[in-house]
Each structure stands twice: as structure tokens, then as C-alpha cells.
Design a protein around this ligand. Structure first.
Ligand code: ARG
Length: 295
């Protein structure tokens, strides 16, 4: 098996205004606020670990009015490629997060990326980038709680890719990145309990060697919400059974403490946004695009 060819360049948002001001997922409770200094220290520690593994991390400032902006994974779907660096900006399901998109667009544009949308400002399809990951040459996209099915067609057509949709039905795994983590070209952590039966079967078909997580493992440890740099898996926690399988496969597990961010419903993956998933490398061009949905 071959290491992931992506995962060495990220964007992250420095938490200077991280709060739980509203509840848009089952983890959030405005009565349980993060400790700002501890959250900042945890984030700094995570960035230090990623950089020590050789990953580049570019840092965006957080808007004061956007407490969830720290979950940079959702800013947009960044796809560099031979035809130029493109980012499809998220169109957040909840209006509480929509202001993040303007800041993300400005940041990407000033770094030379061309920006596009499948919907914006409450008009058109919702897309949240934490639902979209490259695997097996295709873009695997979870839809339901956040991203809408309509976004899949727009992504496939606009980007000229094969988009494999998976219907998320679990309210606690409202983004695909809480239930799916590519590990290398054949392996991924997957939590079928996040999906309806047909989508769970489709995901297990797609991954030649799945590391299947129970609902409890995924929900209580956020272990699928991890980042892979080469053969190192940077995780918020790792159940012993999961660690044993990862190590048997030759991965090294590195734990980082990001518990303050679990109060907003996100962990290591949510706090980072990969900028090196490349069209023509991880994603096979498909002229005109194609959407594949489970039966
Ligand atoms: N509070 C954020 C929200 O509900 C958490 C986002 C977590 N990010 C992720 N990629 N799963 O939108």
C-alpha cells in the first residue's frame, strides 16, 4: 500500500474568538463554554505537532463574530491542479456560520486561488467541506445534515470529477469527517453507523481495507476526526483496539489534546483544512463529471 499523497499542507484558524454561542450540533451547549487560554494552547500544540511532522500549516485570523471559524475544515474545498488552484467555498447550512465564507474567500484569493460556489448567502445548495474527501480517485461526499444532495451534481459538473455520495443519517456525525478518515491508498477509518444502510455498504465497498469504528468509538473519542501525515496519524484519542490495528498496519499514533474544541463538536480534522488534494493526482478527471449514489 502507498502512503497518502496529500496531507502535508493545511490551513488553520487561530482561535482568538472561539466560543459556543449557539447549538447547531448535539455536542454544543452554550452553558458549557471553552476556556479561551486552554483552547489557544491546545491549538498551538496541535499546530506544532503537525509542523514537526513536516506539514506546512498556514494560519488565518479568526473573525470576532464567527466563533465556529476555528473549524477551518469547513471553510472550503481546496483543489489545486494543473489548470490552477481552485477552491469551492462552503455554503454553510446554518446562517450562524455563513459570514466565515467571505473571510475565507478573501484569504484564498489573496493567496492566488480562484474561488467558486455551489450556493452562497442562503441561495442554492449547501456545501460544507468537512463532508468531502478524496479516496480511490473520486470525491467522496457525505450529504444530509449539512451538505445537500443538490451540491453533489454541482461539484461533479463544475470540477469534472466523479462524486460518490453517502447519505449521513446520524445526528451526531453530521459531517463525513466524523465518520471517515482516509489512511492510505487502500485503508480508511470508517464508521458505518453514521450512514444509511445503502451508503454504509457503498463505503465499505469503496475501501479495500476498512478499519471499522463502532458508533461509540466515533462519537465518544472523535477518533475518526484525525489527520494523517504520511504514516503518522494525529488523533485526539485512540481506543486500544483502533491503535492496535493502526500499529499493525505500520502507522504511528500521535495524540494531541484538543478537548476544548470538542465542546463545539469538532476535533483535529475539523481544525485543519488540507490544501494539497490535487486534481489529476488524488482525483481523476472525469469530463462532464458524474455522481454515483448508493442504490
Ligand atoms: N460547531 C461546528 C459546526 O457545527 C463544528 C464543526 C466541526 N467541523 C467538522 N469538520 N466536522 O459547524
Amino acid at each position: 500500500m502507498a502512503e497518502l499523497t496529500w496531507g502535508r499542507h493545511y490551513a488553520a484558524v487561530e482561535p482568538t474568538a472561539f466560543r459556543v454561542d449557539y447549538a447547531i450540533n448535539p455536542f454544543m451547549d452554550p452553558a458549557v463554554q471553552p476556556d479561551a487560554a486552554l483552547a489557544h494552547a491546545q491549538w498551538t500544540g496541535m499546530v506544532r505537532v503537525l509542523r514537526s511532522l513536516g506539514a506546512r500549516v498556514d494560519v488565518l485570523p479568526q473573525r470576532d463574530d464567527a466563533p465556529d471559524m476555528v473549524y477551518a475544515m469547513n471553510l472550503g474545498l481546496a483543489l489545486p491542479g494543473p489548470a490552477g488552484d481552485r477552491v469551492v467555498l462552503s455554503h454553510m447550512r446554518y446562517p450562524q456560520r455563513r459570514m466565515e465564507t467571505g473571510s475565507a474567500a478573501g484569504w484564498f484569493e489573496s493567496a492566488g486561488w480562484s474561488t467558486s460556489y455551489v450556493g452562497r448567502d442562503g441561495v442554492g445548495a449547501h456545501l460544507e467541506a468537512g463532508d468531502a474527501f478524496a479516496f480511490g480517485g473520486d470525491l467522496v461526499v457525505g450529504y444530509g445534515p449539512r451538505t445537500e444532495e443538490l451540491a453533489l451534481k454541482a461539484l461533479a459538473t463544475d470540477l469534472g470529477l466523479r462524486v460518490r455520495g453517502l447519505r449521513i443519517t446520524h445526528p451526531g456525525m453530521y459531517h463525513l469527517d466524523l465518520a471517515f478518515c482516509p489512511l492510505d491508498d487502500r485503508r480508511a477509518m470508517v464508521c458505518p453507523a453514521a450512514l444509511d444502510d445503502a451508503s454504509a455498504a457503498a463505503l465499505l465497498d469503496l475501501v479495500p481495507e476498512p478499519l471499522v469504528l463502532t458508533e461509540e468509538e466515533a462519537l465518544t473519542t472523535f477518533c475518526a476526526n484525525s489527520v494523517v501525515v504520511g504514516r503518522t496519524v494525529v488523533m485526539p484519542a485512540c481506543p486500544p483496539r483502533v491503535r492496535a490495528q493502526l500499529e499493525e498496519w505500520g502507522f504511528e499514533v500521535v495524540l494531541v489534546e484538543v478537548g476544548e474544541f470538542h465542546k463545539g463538536g469538532g476535533s483535529v480534522r475539523c481544525l485543519t483544512n488540507p490544501l494539497d488534494v490535487t486534481v489529476g493526482r488524488e482525483l481523476a478527471p472525469v469530463p462532464g463529471g458524474e455522481v454515483v449514489l448508493p442504490a
